[in-house]
Design a protein around this ligand. Structure first.
Ligand SMILES: Nc1ncnc2c1ncn2[C@@H]1O[C@H](COP(=O)(O)OP(=O)(O)OP(=O)(O)O)[C@@H](O)[C@H]1O
Ligand SMILES: Nc1ncnc2c1ncn2[C@@H]1O[C@H](COP(=O)(O)OP(=O)(O)OP(=O)(O)O)[C@@H](O)[C@H]1O
Ligand SMILES: [Mg+2]
Ligand SMILES: [Mg+2]
Lengths: 253, 253
C-alpha cells in the first residue's frame, strides 16, 4: 500500500523540489518502488530527474484534465525503482479550469488510485502556493513533509501552512497529518539559521527531523545534469544528508 | 505621472520581495514619492516594511474585491516618502473569486487609477506564480523588473516568464516592456553563478542591469526587524548594491 506524501510549502524557493527528488531517489536506491508526482507547472522535479519536457507525449495535465490513463503518463527515470509523473507549463491552465468544477480538489486523488498500490512510496512536489494544485496534492496524501528554509520569511509563512493543513484535514481528508519538518539551506555561520532552528524545535518538538540539510552548492548543480545528488556526486555533503533523511523518514513512517 | 513597475518571477525565492522593498526604499530616500503594492498573499513585503498585519483595518483584498477607497487602504511606512498597500492571507481567496469574473485581469489596474499620479514610482511585489494576481500586476504596469537568482531552476523558468510577458503585451497591455533583469544571490565562488550570468548577459544584452546583488546575510536579517536594508544596516554590502541598483533604475527609466 503506497504511502503518499506531499512535499509542500507556499513560501517559494525553500527546497521543496530538491527535497522531493533527492529523498525519493535515496529511498528508491534502497530497493523501494518509488514515484515522484510533479504538480508544479514550473516542472522542476521533471527536469531535475532528467525528463526532456519538449519530447513528452503526456504529462500530469493530461492525467487530471484529459483523463489519459495513468500508465501512459508515468515515465521511468535513470534511477532504478524511481518513476515520475512529469509536469509541463500546460499545468498552469489547470488551476483556472478546475476552479469552476465541482469536487475540484479531488481530481489528483482519483486519478492516481489505479497505480497507488504499485509503489511503496509516492512523493508529490507542490508549487509555491496554497491554490487548487496544492489542495489536490494534500487531498491525495496521507501526510506532508514541510521543507523549512532557515530564514525569516519562511518561518513567518509556517503558521499559514499549518492552518491550511488542519483545514484540509477537517474538511476534506481526515487522514492527513504532518510527516515531519526538515530544515533546509542551513548555514551554521549565521545567527538567523540558528534562531530559526531553535524556535521551530521548541514549538514542534518531535515533528522536526534530526537531519538538517546544510547549504551545499553540489545540490544546486545537480539539476543542470538532470540527476539527483546521489547520482551526480555521491560523496558530497548533500548526498550524505539526503541519505540520512531517507533513513529517518523510513524509520518514522 | 507614476511609473508602475511589477517585480515578477514565477520561480520561488529568487529575491522578488527583497528587491521590491529595498529598491523602493532607496528611491524614496532620494526624494521620490514611492509606493509598494504587495500582491502576494504571503504578505512578505508588508512585514518586511514593518506593517503589523494583525492590526490592519484594510488590505489589498478590500481594495480589489470589496472596492474600499484606495486612500483608506494605503499605509505609510517608517521610511520617508514610502507608502505601501499591504497584503494579508485574505488575498489568497481573490484568485478563486476573480477566476469567474469578466475582465478579471484588470481589477488592480482600475483600483489604483485614483492615486497613480500622487507617486513618482510604484513597485508591485508579485507572488511566485503566473496566475490571476500576477496578471493583474502585469496589466497595471508599464514594465517589469525580473529578479533572477543565479541558479539552474531559475534560469530554466526565464523563458516561460518572457513568454507570459509577451502574451500580456499582445493581448492586454500594449505598453508592457521589460524594465530590466537583475541578478540576485550571486556567489562569485561558484561556477554555477558565473555560468548563469554569462548565459543571460549574452542573450539579453542591454536588458540586464550592471548592478549584481551578491548573497549577503544582512539582507535576510533585515525583514525580521521590519526594515529595509538601508535603514537596518546602511553600511552593509546589501545596502550599497541596492543603492547602486536604484541609481541605475532611475537613470534608465
Ligand atoms: N541545501 C541546498 N544547498 C544549496 N542550494 C540548494 C539547497 N536546496 C536547494 N537549493 C537550490 O536553491 C534553489 C531553490 O530550491 P528548490 O527549487 O528546490 O526550492 P522550491 O521550494 O522547490 O522552489 P519553488 O518554490 O520555486 O518550487 C534551487 O536553485 C536549488 O537548486
Ligand atoms: N541577496 C541576498 N542575500 C541573502 N539572502 C537573500 C538575498 N535576497 C533575498 N534573500 C533572502 O532569501 C529569501 C528569498 O528572498 P525573497 O523572499 O525576497 O524572494 P521572493 O522571490 O520574494 O520569494 P517568493 O517567491 O516566496 O515570493 C528570503 O529569506 C530573503 O531574505
Ligand atoms: Mg519547486
Ligand atoms: Mg516574495
Amino acid at each position: 500500500m503506497g504511502k503518499v506524501i506531499s512535499v509542500a510549502n507556499q513560501k517559494g524557493g525553500v527546497g521543496k523540489t530538491t527535497t522531493a527528488i533527492n529523498l525519493a531517489a535515496c529511498i528508491a536506491l534502497k530497493g523501494y518502488k518509488t514515484l515522484v508526482i510533479d504538480s508544479d507547472p514550473q516542472g522542476n522535479a521533471s527536469s531535475g530527474l532528467g525528463i526532456n519536457r519538449d519530447r513528452l507525449k503526456y504529462c500530469i495535465y493530461d492525467l487530471i484534465i484529459n483523463e489519459v490513463p495513468i500508465k501512459e503518463v508515468v515515465c521511468s527515470t535513470r534511477v532504478r525503482n524511481l518513476d515520475i509523473i512529469p509536469a509541463t507549463i500546460q499545468l498552469a491552465g489547470a488551476e483556472v479550469e478546475l476552479a469552476s468544477r465541482d469536487n475540484r480538489e479531488n481530481y489528483l486523488k482519483e486519478s492516481i488510485q489505479p497505480i497507488k498500490d504499485e509503489y511503496d512510496w509516492i512523493f508529490i512536489d507542490c508549487p509555491p502556493s496554497l491554490g487548487i494544485l496544492t489542495l489536490n496534492a494534500l487531498n491525495a496524501s496521507r501526510s506532508v513533509i514541510i521543507p523549512l528554509q532557515c530564514e525569516y520569511y519562511a518561518l513567518e509563512g509556517l503558521s499559514q501552512l499549518i492552518n491550511t493543513i488542519s483545514l484540509v484535514k477537517k474538511r476534506m481528508n481526515r487522514d492527513l497529518s504532518i510527516e515531519g519538518i526538515v530544515f533546509t539551506m542551513f548555514d551554521a555561520r549565521t545567527n538567523l539559521s540558528i534562531q530559526v532552528v531553535d524556535q521551530v524545535k521548541t514549538h514542534f518538538k518531535r515533528q522536526v527531523y534530526r537531519t538538517i540539510i546544510p547549504r551545499n552548492v553540489r545540490l544546486s548543480e545537480a539539476p543542470s545534469h538532470g540527476k539527483p545528488i546521489v547520482v551526480y556526486d555521491p560523496r558530497s555533503k548533500g548526498a550524505e544528508v539526503y541519505q540520512d533523511l531517507a533513513v529517518e523518514v523510513l524509520k518514522r513512517a
